[in-house]
Ligand binder design. Structure first.
Ligand SMILES: NC(=O)c1ccc[n+]([C@@H]2O[C@H](COP(=O)([O-])OP(=O)(O)OC[C@H]3O[C@@H](n4cnc5c(N)ncnc54)[C@H](O)[C@@H]3O)[C@@H](O)[C@H]2O)c1
Length: 355
């Protein structure tokens, strides 16, 4: 099996590449532009494998995508490359529109050209998985779950750009018959997570006994999934999912942000006791504009139709994650020098108009 993974130097992409190379024995070409979020150190476990290759390229570059497809001749494309941080999308949406919308369009067109040139057997076997988020569905009240049929209602520039890319992927299937499957997943956490996101930021700040910023009152609910469970789900969906279908991915692990932060504090207090209980470091800060109240995924379709189950619950997964950060300062220390937890995404003023 020959698989192209875009965004394979990112958090989820690197977990997927490790899974496909080490667990499945596939030939993998990782295409990644290495933005601030791309980190080749996350691929240390696979970089010497003869079945792994890396190409530094931008998914918006049609000529580079055409050449990569022609040379590598993939059976599968798993598209994860994206701008992924909501706060950054509030501060500057342009990169999100470019990569998430234009980049997905460019890759779909390159894939269509490549797929049309395949022989009948390869054409029938080819699959394109578009990897997306549950944030496209907007915000839930206290009750209810996101189902695959839930209407799209995105709140942030990030989720709006992902929603647009999902529509493109589905349209390319319906209009051109490109064999596309779409996945929408809840919030991920685990090893190799860039320390701008809630869980790694809290772990590292707590370790350093620095303030632990919690947006608003910390009541917002997210449905957390361990990243390796997501990687396995993506593998199952591209292999067994029905063309043109959407599969929601989630771990049935809803937690309020404040409870996530408290749990991390408790685990760290046990594994690496500090001067005082880490909970004392919690600091409530100005809420994110347009902050969705609650996300919760109904993963019944993926579970019953394709037989996938999350292996980690939040308590086991968060303990593994905290232990990983304690043991792997070599990975996160250089990233903390580059990004030290500065607050992003508060500005809703009009951007400067460029010439
Ligand atoms: N993190 C989550 O909780 C979550 C949940 C559901 C879905 N997703 C989706 O999963 C995918 C991966 O998310 P992540 O958290 O690993 O993101 P990430 O920000 O950690 O990684 C994104 C990767 O894409 C690369 N990239 C960015 N722009 C590119 C471009 N124009 N061309 C090529 N490469 C480019 C970056 O260098 C980086 O390696 C995204 O599509 C995201 O929307 C994420």
């Amino acid at each position: 099996m020959r698989v192209i993974v875009t965004g394979g130097a990112g958090f989820i992409g690197s977990a997927l590449v490790r899974h496909l190379v080490l667990e499945k024995g596939y030939d993998v070409l990782n295409i990644d532009a290495l933005t601030y979020a791309g980190c080749l150190a996350s691929l240390r476990d696979v970089e010497d494998q003869p079945t792994y290759r890396f190409l530094k390229a931008n998914v918006c570059d049609r000529a580079a995508m055409d050449a990569a497809l022609a040379q590598f001749h993939p059976d599968r494309i798993m598209h994860l490359a994206a701008e992924s941080h909501v706060d950054r999308s509030i501060t500057g949406a342009a990169d999100f529109i470019q990569t998430n919308v234009v980049g997905t369009f460019t890759l779909l067109e390159a894939a269509r050209g490549y797929w049309n040139g395949l022989d009948a057997v390869s054409k029938a076997d080819f699959r394109f998985l578009h990897v997306s988020t549950d944030e496209v569905y907007g915000s839930l009240d206290d009750d209810g779950l996101f189902e695959e049929t839930t209407s799209y209602d995105p709140s942030s520039p990030y989720s709006a750009s992902k929603a647009a890319s999902d529509h493109l992927a589905k349209a390319w299937q319906r209009t051109y018959d490109l064999p596309v499957v779409v996945s929408n997943c809840s919030n991920n956490y685990g090893p190799y997570h860039f320390p701008e996101k809630l869980i790694p930021l809290i772990i590292l700040n707590a370790l350093d006994e620095r303030p632990l910023p919690v947006y608003g009152t910390g009541e917002n609910v997210r449905d957390w999934l361990f990243v390796e469970d997501h990687a396995r789900a993506l593998d199952v969906i591209i292999e067994k999912g029905r063309i043109g279908e959407t599969y929601n991915v989630g771990g049935r692990n809803e937690r309020r942000n404040i409870d996530v932060v408290r749990r991390i504090c408790a685990v760290l207090d046990t594994l690496a006791p500090g001067k005082e209980p880490r909970e004392n470091l919690i600091t409530f800060v100005t809420d994110r504009p347009g902050h969705d109240a609650r996300y919760a995924i109904d993963a019944t379709k993926l579970e019953t139709e394709l037989g996938w189950r999350a292996e980690e619950n939040f308590d086991t997964g968060i303990e593994k994650t905290v232990r990983w950060y304690l043991d792997n300062a070599w990975w996160w220390r250089p990233l903390r020098e580059q990004y030290d937890g500065q607050r992003l995404g508060l500005s809703t003023s009009a951007p400067k108009v460029s010439a």
